[in-house]
Write a protein of this length. Structure first.
Length: 555
């Protein structure tokens, strides 16, 4: 649900957005999962199994008149050192020339202003800020750079930006701060918050290098601890130091194998996505086969699975994509409980149908929790095993668990991943920005999955979807399954590792129950979309939960 509180970008509208978010948090509205503030809108993610859409709309409508600056806590002021050195500020001289000023005058203008953080988005910790002096308002670069270093301070349009990670960008780069806006190894991974006031303090190049060294040393001090440990104190030592639980040794990691659980909640407002399994249904069924809770950490294997050795007896199950399984070279079944003895070697081959397979282990994988989850977010180097895919000779440990009873998922409950799927969608939130012919094209065409598809988004190819009035909108929150259509008219469905905000029109949103099926479509395979109502999407979600319970029941 997107709650829009204005038509333009302004401090007043954004203050109301942040105030509404604060009121919803204070009220503790049932069913609200998380929220993402943006310039003029608040994205509210909710669980329709807990609260109905109409009831939630009514509850938010009751709070909206109270949403003003008086309800917000006092704003923080954050001073950031910034080195305005030509080697770090690539565009410093060109920008000064463009506005008809000296470099010294430009630096004084930029550092003399106070900037307001509207919201955090696109990449973890990246602030969208206003407060730019009128004289510094320059259009963005005609040709964006393919890579801008983290910490770079830039200007473009009416905004000031600080790049939180190395990423492409089209802002004029004036300098760089040695502070890290996103540091997955720090106590607080995100430096700035919506509503913060930011000032820049000019520093020399020597000061920049000295502070950078201090920041690196400080971050290294937390590298061996989880964010959860840093905040709450360790509940268990990290997995590499654990003495209990069956260890597994990775002999071959496969194409991309990561540790996942059901994902982290509440961090999307800071640009950190939930992550978790692409095919939630298959992941949950794997866990139930080995007697785990649904959210126990397991492995997601992409395209080609791993080969690993069980160093003590344990129990596993494999679901999802059809990857051939062998134990000690002998074929073994998927979708069933598999007991392993010490020394057994398990191998998953290349997927024959589908893209992602899931391996659950009785007890679950013991890696540290980061921000309340063990899920791996690869782009943010967060969670799982050091925020990365598995490597050869990695050792994973499992939480202790008794051997589970042998179980099997009925064949009728296993989805045919070789068939062309029909993906259900709810039209909007910007369906009115597309022509009638464009909507027909979207709903009647067969769309080919492109090789560039990943956990962030499914890129599709087909006939052009026509807009009525351009493809750009004022950036707002991105819900799971949002289907953006940029200027080329080709749809992109945004998935579990998506960015938190975006500025392209969204023609529809994939029904959450079909996200997993979309995530199993192989490059070159085709799919179709079918429009359903919001009520039908909620009904399909309930039916999906019932189907999983009917296959194996709950634990």
């Amino acid at each position: 649900m997107s709650v829009e509180l204005g038509e333009e970008i302004s401090v007043e509208v954004n203050m109301r957005v942040r105030a509404l978010e604060f009121l919803i948090q204070e009220k503790g509205l049932p069913g609200v999962v998380e929220m993402v503030p943006s310039f003029r809108a608040l994205l509210v993610s909710y669980d329709p199994l807990i609260v109905g859409y109409d009831d939630l709309v009514a509850a938010i409508a009751e709070l909206t008149p109270q949403a003003d600056g008086t309800v917000l806590p006092p704003a923080r002021t954050v001073e950031l050192p910034c080195c305005y050195d030509p080697e770090l500020g690539f565009d410093l001289a060109a920008a000064a020339q463009r506005i008809g000023a000296s470099v010294e005058e430009l630096v004084a203008l930029h550092a003399g202003a106070t900037y307001l953080v509207y919201f955090i988005g696109f990449t973890p910790g990246l602030p969208y800020m206003t407060g730019m002096p009128e004289r510094l308002r320059l259009p963005r670069l005609d040709t964006p750079r393919t890579k801008v270093p983290a910490g770079s301070v830039g200007i473009g349009g009416g905004q000031c930006c600080i790049y939180s990670v190395d990423s492409p960008g089209g802002f004029w780069i004036l300098g760089r701060t040695p502070r890290r806006l996103y540091d997955p190894a720090a106590r607080e991974p995100i430096l700035l918050r919506p509503g913060d006031r930011v000032r820049f303090r000019p520093i020399s190049r020597d000061d920049f290098e000295a502070i950078s060294s201090e920041v690196a040393d400080s971050s290294a001090g937390f590298a061996g601890a989880t964010l959860g440990e840093a905040r709450r104190g360790p509940s268990r030592p990290p997995s590499t130091r654990m003495g209990g639980g069956a260890p597994l040794r990775v002999l071959d990691p496969g194409a991309q194998t990561t540790v996942q659980d059901l994902g982290r909640v509440g961090q999307l407002r800071y640009g950190i996505p939930p992550s978790g399994p692409m095919d939630r249904r298959s992941f949950i069924l794997a866990n139930r086969l080995v007697g785990n809770a649904d959210g126990a950490a397991g492995l997601e294997c992409t395209v080609v699975g791993p080969r690993f050795e069980a160093q003590t007896a344990c129990t596993v199950a494999v679901t999802g994509a059809s990857m051939p399984i062998t134990v000690n070279g002998q074929a073994a079944p998927a979708w069933t409980t598999l007991p392993l003895a010490a020394g057994d070697v398990v191998k998953l081959g290349a997927a024959r149908a589908g893209v992602r397979a899931y391996i659950a282990f009785a007890g679950g994988i013991d890696v540290p929790e980061v921000l309340g989850s063990r899920a791996t977010y690869l782009r943010g180097r967060l969670g799982g095993l050091e925020g990365r895919p598995l490597r050869r000779d990695d050792v994973l440990r499992l939480f202790p668990a008794p051997p589970p009873p042998a179980r099997q998922v009925p064949a009728a409950a296993v989805v045919d991943l070789a068939a062309e799927p029909e993906i259900r969608v709810v039209l909007g939130p910007q369906a009115d920005r597309f022509t009638e012919a464009g909507i027909r094209t979207f709903l009647t065409s067969a769309w080919e999955m492109l090789p560039q598809a990943d956990r962030m988004g499914a890129r599709l190819r087909g006939p052009r979807i026509a807009h009525t009035d351009g493809h750009d909108i004022i950036s707002d929150g991105i819900a799971l399954g949002s289907i953006q259509v940029p200027g080329d008219g080709q749809p992109i469905a945004l998935l579990v590792d998506r960015q938190s905000t975006g500025g392209y029109t969204k023609v529809a949103t994939v029904a959450s129950v079909d996200i997993g099926r979309l995530g199993q479509v192989k490059p070159g395979q085709r799919l179709r979309f079918r429009a359903i109502t919001l009520a039908e999407a909620h009904g399909a979600l309930r039916e999906g939960h019932a189907a999983v319970d009917g296959a194996l029941g709950r634990h």
